[in-house]
Design a protein around this ligand. Structure first.
Ligand code: PHB
Length: 546
């Protein structure tokens, strides 16, 4: 439970917090915070960076387990993306989470003035368009919970990603604050809005969450039960559409998209149960190694979450125990704790994950780019070899550096993030070019940059074919005399090369043989770690390359 409090705090702090900050925010003893963060670091869920704990992409496997079990993202994300393209407005998918709504997908149009929420963000139902639609299915318990929360938290402090709810101006005492003045007192008419939503089958958000932000929502219903599976929203800004205008112009197209989504849900074949992911055997080994610093119960509790997934939405205690390799009694304790904290619900003999699982790190991590994923691994690589390490992508016939960790030693090629170099004469460029079919390789003008530069197209093609076979490129003095570099590709899920990592040095530092013997294995190891993070981070969204 305390471990989860630390993860939640780190999520609220946008993914980074000092250890003393965690101590203050959670009220835990420093030694407890140290043991929890050591355990999470061991699991690959946080990185310890000096005095800070930083959420790591691997943590997204918890939210991925929920999203995979839910199935909706697999089936509906492409529909939402197509609608966003068609309308040229942002489109989101949300599920109900108790008396809030939580986003499971965002197809965002980037625009100035537009605030956009992230996958996993939780908003109070009454200040959104999807909220009244979900509330049409609420019973007495849910309404009682909603009233209680409104009374206990009049400023929505329990929703750290939303602007504070406005109070009557005389009470707030900040009538000079233009934002507060502009914002209507929101949420008080929620019961009326719910009754209207029940009648209409759609709902609007007219700047309830944020001045300027307007949204129109329609529910997607499950074929079998007729219940709301999720809600689709089109989100715009008052500079382009008023709320009423959004409804008048876009409702028919939103409804057509929802009909297609409902058809998709009806016709999709049942999910194939995936093989259960990680066995928990390693937690015992970690305990042996780290002793008191490793909190086995935390590791086991989190492992239980990852036993859910594709075709594994509902699991019995026995299935959880089998999937994780935990003893039944241990698995039961973990499930009971997770249920108590609201991450799991029990339905007869089976257990299910709740949307709250997305609150464990997903919002900040769901914006992570490839350079951000790669940087800690480049740092480690550079420290081990005492050489500079870089990540680059291909743009046209040039490579562009997107992440770089430099050693203090002088290196004549002065590159920084953003620098471009001709792809044909660099190791980074060659490994990316080598992955492309020969007709798609843009080589540009082949100029001799030094007396060693290969400029003959046929020789270059032969070199690239060789690089493709070898899985690495070593370039010696072709970009600049005295500069030796060696690179390997970084592949995404499907196997396509999306970037390359290299190590560069003065040629007097190591012979080409030493590069192959000492540097290459380290480079491959770093690329493999980057690829593993990329697979977790890219399972339900596209990770930006730069
Ligand atoms: C969003 O997707 O950002 C969104 C959707 C509905 C709202 C507010 C924001 O009511």
């Amino acid at each position: 439970m305390r471990g989860i409090a630390v993860l939640r705090r780190l999520t609220e702090a946008d993914g980074v917090s000092s250890l003393s900050g965690l101590e203050r925010a959670t009220g835990l003893a420093r030694s407890t915070v140290d043991r929890i963060t050591a355990t999470l670091a061991r699991m690959g869920y946080v990185r310890l960076d000096g005095r800070d704990a930083v959420l790591a992409p691997r943590l997204m496997e918890l939210g991925n387990a929920y999203l995979a079990a839910l199935r909706l993202p697999r089936l509906l994300d492409a529909h939402a993306d197509a609608l966003a393209d068609e309308l040229d407005e942002s489109v989101s998918l949300a599920v109900g989470d108790r008396d809030g709504i939580r986003f499971i997908h965002q197809a965002t149009r980037r625009r100035a003035m537009s605030l956009s929420f992230r996958i996993g963000d939780l908003l109070p139902a009454e200040r959104t368009a999807p909220g009244p639609l979900f509330a049409t299915e609420w019973g007495e318990t849910e309404w009682a919970r909603w009233h209680e929360r409104r009374a206990a938290d009049p400023e929505d402090r329990g929703f750290p990603t939303v602007p504070a709810r406005s109070r009557p101006i005389d009470e707030a005492g900040d009538e000079d604050d233009p934002v507060r003045r502009q914002q209507p007192t929101s949420g008080d008419d929620f019961e009326e809005r719910t009754a209207e939503a029940r009648e209409a089958g759609w709902a609007l958000d007219d700047q309830l969450i944020e001045p300027g932000l307007v949204a129109l929502s329609v529910p997607v219903r499950d074929a079998g039960s007729g219940r709301i599976a999720c809600v689709v929203s089109v989100v715009s800004h008052t500079s382009r559409h008023s709320a009423a205008d959004l409804r008048d112009t876009l409702l028919p197209r939103l409804r057509a998209a929802v009909a297609a989504m409902e058809r998709e849900l009806r016709e999709a074949p049942p999910a194939e149960p995936a093989a259960p992911s990680g066995l928990a055997g390693w937690t015992g080994a970690s305990k042996q190694e780290l002793g008191r610093e490793f909190i086995e119960s935390l590791a086991r509790g989190l492992t239980v979450i990852t036993s859910f997934g594709d075709g594994r939405a509902e699991l019995t205690l026995t299935e959880v125990a089998q999937a994780t390799g935990l003893a039944r009694a241990t698995a039961r304790r973990a499930l009971i704790t997770l249920e108590h904290l609201g991450y799991v619900t029990a339905h007869g003999r089976v257990f299910r994950l709740t949307p709250r699982v997305l609150g464990l790190g997903f919002p900040p991590l769901s914006r992570t780019s490839l350079p951000q994923i790669a940087t800690p691994h480049l740092t480690q690589l550079s420290q081990r070899l005492r050489d500079s390490a870089s990540l680059a992508i291909l743009t046209g016939d040039e490579i562009q550096y997107t992440a770089r960790v430099a050693t203090s030693g002088v290196m004549s090629v002065n590159v920084t993030v953003g620098s471009r170099l001709p792809a044909y004469a660099t190791s980074l460029g060659r490994v990316i070019l080598a992955d492309l079919p020969p007709t798609e390789r843009k080589l540009g003008e082949l100029r001799p940059l030094t007396r060693y530069t290969v400029t003959d197209p046929e020789r270059l093609t032969a070199l690239l074919d060789r690089v493709r076979e070898d899985g690495f490129a070593l370039v010696d003095g072709e970009l600049e005399e005295g500069l030796r570099s060696i690179a390997v590709p970084v592949r995404e899920r499907g196997g396509r090369v999306v970037a390359a990592v290299n190590v560069a040095m003065h040629s007097s530092r190591r012979t080409p043989e030493e590069c192959a013997d000492k540097v290459l294995p380290e480079l491959h190891a770093a690329a493999t770690r980057i690829e593993a993070d990329l697979r977790v981070a890219g399972r339900f969204r596209r990770v930006p390359n730069a």
